[in-house]
Design a protein around this ligand. Structure first.
Ligand code: WQD
Length: 334
């Protein structure tokens, strides 16, 4: 059985769908702090499969002990954690407490039950303000510009040190670039509460008229069209990367591995906006504003290692990302 922490979240729910489609037995634990209970039924509708669910906080040791006491868990995919960059700057203690406490509690209980296979949801943010624009796993980690990113950095260190102390662990860290899009059913997707930080959720709110105008944060960068470049990856491609990582975890002896999950293709903000308009046959209301603090001009994955060792690469296109994202928000709002 595979325990998925935060399995009702954006990336977690898409990964649970792919796990069930690949005939894994799944247990989800989620406290709905940044997700909705109806995601459980939507996953069942998409896959026509059932799975166990525990409502609870991964920080709570008793809850986790109950899960491990009552189920033979062979491996864990750990998504649960707060992930809003802006919020993490305002509430650093909440982010350190939640993201570190949940991970430490999970690893302690996994050890107690001799479950030593984990896939961790990390982020390209751990590369920090690297001078390179194309990131490769062997690069030295940087210092993320926000507490959210720093929690990911610290958790990667915790996992490295855990493996050094006990090399019978099988640990895989997946560094996501910019996940966007939704399952083609339109039943699950990225719909954060409040005003979205991230580009695509903000575009969606403007597209459906909930927000007036998108501000493109800066068009004076040293890039072809002056706007920032990022490596956008369809969330379903991202989910499939987790399936490949899990397969490797069960096929190989113990070890610790890090993989970038990105397309390797840099896309500018303006390109996202114009593609979204074309694919969905609409006009977005947007303007160019000043740069956002902490933004780097260009970030892109070198996805070579994941292809070489996991046999994984992105299949979906930017058109797919824009179409699926809009389909989701329309279904959500109707
Ligand atoms: C993308 C581009 C903005 C909003 C963040 C986190 C990272 C990861 C992915 C979790 C940037 C521009 C955005 C808007 C805009 N999250 N933008 N107007 O900053 O690359 O990465 O999300 O792991 O950790 O840092 O993503 O979507 O916020 O921004 O112009 O209203 O869109 O300036 O260039 P980012 P993003």
């Amino acid at each position: 059985m595979i325990l998925v922490t935060g399995g009702c979240g954006y990336i977690g729910s898409h990964t649970v769908v792919e796990l069930l489609k690949n005939n894994y037995e799944v247990i989800v634990i989620d406290n709905f702090s940044n997700s909705k209970r109806d995601v459980l039924d939507k996953i069942k509708t998409i896959t026509n499969k059932d799975f166990k669910f525990y409502e609870g906080n991964v920080c709570d040791k008793n809850t986790l002990k109950t899960v491990f006491e009552n189920n033979k868990i062979d491996g864990v995919i750990h998504f649960a954690g707060f992930k809003a960059v802006g919020e993490s700057v305002e509430k650093p203690l909440m982010y350190y407490r939640n993201n570190l406490d949940s991970t430490l509690t999970l690893l302690e209980v996994m050890s107690d039950y001799n479950c030593k296979k984990i896939v961790f949801s990390s982020s390209a943010t751990v590369y920090g303000e690297a001078k390179e624009t194309r990131f490769v796993e062997t690069m030295k980690k940087g210092i993320p510009s926000n507490p959210y990113g720093k929690t990911k950095n610290v958790i990667e260190d915790i996992l490295e040190d855990l493996y050094t102390s006990d090399p019978t662990w099988s640990i895989t860290m997946l560094r996501y670039f910019n996940p966007v899009g939704s399952h083609t059913s339109g039943l699950i997707g990225d719909d954060p509460s409040g005003i979205p930080n991230n580009l695509m959720p903000y575009i969606l709110r403007v597209a459906i008229g909930e927000l007036e105008c998108l501000t493109i944060f800066g068009n004076d960068y040293d890039t072809p069209d002056g706007t920032c470049i990022r490596d956008y990856i369809h969330v379903v491609d991202l989910a499939l990367g987790h399936i490949k990582a899990l397969e490797q975890l069960f096929n190989l002896e113990s070890g610790i591995k890090i993989y970038n999950l990105g397309s390797g293709r840099g896309i500018s903000v303006t390109e996202i906006v114009t593609t979204f308009e074309r694919v969905n046959n609409l006009k977005l209301n947007y303007k160019y504003g000043s740069r956002r603090k902490g933004d780097l001009p260009s970030i892109c994955a070198d996805p070579t290692l994941a292809l070489k060792e996991l046999g994984w690469k992105c299949e979906k296109t930017l058109d797919d990302m824009c179409r699926d994202a809009y389909n989701f928000i329309q279904k959500q709002r109707n």
